[in-house]
Design a protein around this ligand. Sequence first.
Ligand code: HEC
Ligand code: HEC
Ligand code: HEC
Ligand code: HEC
Ligand code: HEC
Length: 246
Amino acid sequence: MASLISVIKERNKTTPTWLKILIPILGLGGLGVVAVLAALAAFVVTGWLGQPVPILGFDQTFEQPINFPHTVHAGTGQLVDASGNARLNQDLMPLEALGLDCTFCHRTVTTQANAGVPPVAQCAFCHQAIGPESSVPLTQLRQNAGITGNEPLPINWRRVTRMPDHVRFVHEPHIRFLTANPASIGNATADVNSQQAVKPALTCSTCHGDVAAMAQVEQVEPLKMGQCVDCHRANNAPTDCAACHQ
Ligand code: HEC
Ligand code: HEC
Ligand code: HEC
Ligand code: HEC
Ligand code: HEC
């Protein structure tokens, strides 16, 4: 050990002064470049692949592992294809949207922090039999559900609406408040004031827009701090930092 130190000391003595100054500068310069590149890579990875930075507005949407259409399941009325023709089911009858309630699938939204997305078994309940065999997304779904004989695999849905880690959001009080105060519902999809009892499903549009009309979910509201705090201030909800930040 002692000999190693003496070797280094010896080396340092012989290193020209100009090199002694240049080495740390080069080292730092290199580190600087690495830091910039790493920051850039982190930006690309988190910004584009994870949660795109909303530079093109808030119309954020993601390719999902299975292209799940809310239009078919949560919408109402006759379904049409991209060119406006009536869509037919496997028995060549006009296809009506199912009009399922949002809470049929997002079961914990009225009671918990998370809305919850249904497990593949709940989809399989219908799709074991319903929907053409030729459908690409349904074939994928049946594979995930293990209907085709293979090991079941959960579907890794990608999150569209997501708060940063330092923010706490809970659905339950919001659904409760909006159901009791329909005048505060935003982007309303029905005449909420004429309805005697507003169902929880009618409150979702306030923050998520008209999901029932979306073939692919996209984020329509910015859901930045200003929007949260404005509504909290207007409705005597907590505005202290600790209410939303952990
Ligand atoms: C209450 C029954 C029901 C449930 C539950 C259900 N679906 Fe469907 N789904 C349907 C019907 C009916 C259709 C229209 C079938 C057709 O095109 O003939 C459909 C259509 C689809 C399609 C479009 C197929 C295509 O080729 O265009 C996909 C994808 C799909 N469902 C995925 C899912 C997923 C994922 C779940 C679970 C989160 C789910 N479904 C739950 C009844 C259901
Ligand atoms: C048949 C089940 C089903 C019904 C009914 C349904 N959803 Fe969904 N929902 C899903 C599934 C599966 C996903 C995940 C895939 C996706 O994002 O498209 C999802 C995703 C979402 C998301 C995006 C979550 C995120 O990642 O930010 C929102 C918001 C949403 N649903 C709202 C609604 C609303 C509002 C309704 C009623 C109008 C509704 N859903 C009805 C199954 C359903
Ligand atoms: C006050 C605004 C607001 C309302 C009203 C609201 N949401 Fe959300 N929702 C959010 C926010 C914010 C997130 C992201 C939460 C996070 O990342 O922690 C979210 C996330 C979700 C998600 C994905 C993650 C999860 O929680 O499972 C689903 C699904 C969803 N909401 C469905 C609904 C449905 C269905 C309704 C109506 C019954 C609804 N939301 C009403 C703001 C709202
Ligand atoms: C439509 C108006 C509205 C919007 C938009 C809204 N909130 Fe709220 N929020 C409320 C109201 C009202 C309450 C109190 C409900 C009650 O318990 O009476 C509340 C309660 C909460 C609570 C629970 C506080 C506690 O400790 O009891 C949290 C956390 C919260 N909101 C976070 C958020 C965040 C984060 C956002 C933005 C993504 C947001 N809210 C957007 C109206 C809103
Ligand atoms: C009603 C909920 C709510 C309250 C109350 C609140 N915040 Fe926030 N805050 C948010 C949300 C939501 C975001 C994330 C915005 C985003 O997605 O960029 C955020 C982001 C931030 C950020 C990160 C900067 C940014 O723009 O992302 C800081 C710093 C911050 N808040 C500080 C505070 C302080 C300090 C207080 C108390 C005076 C406070 N917040 C109160 C909801 C809230």
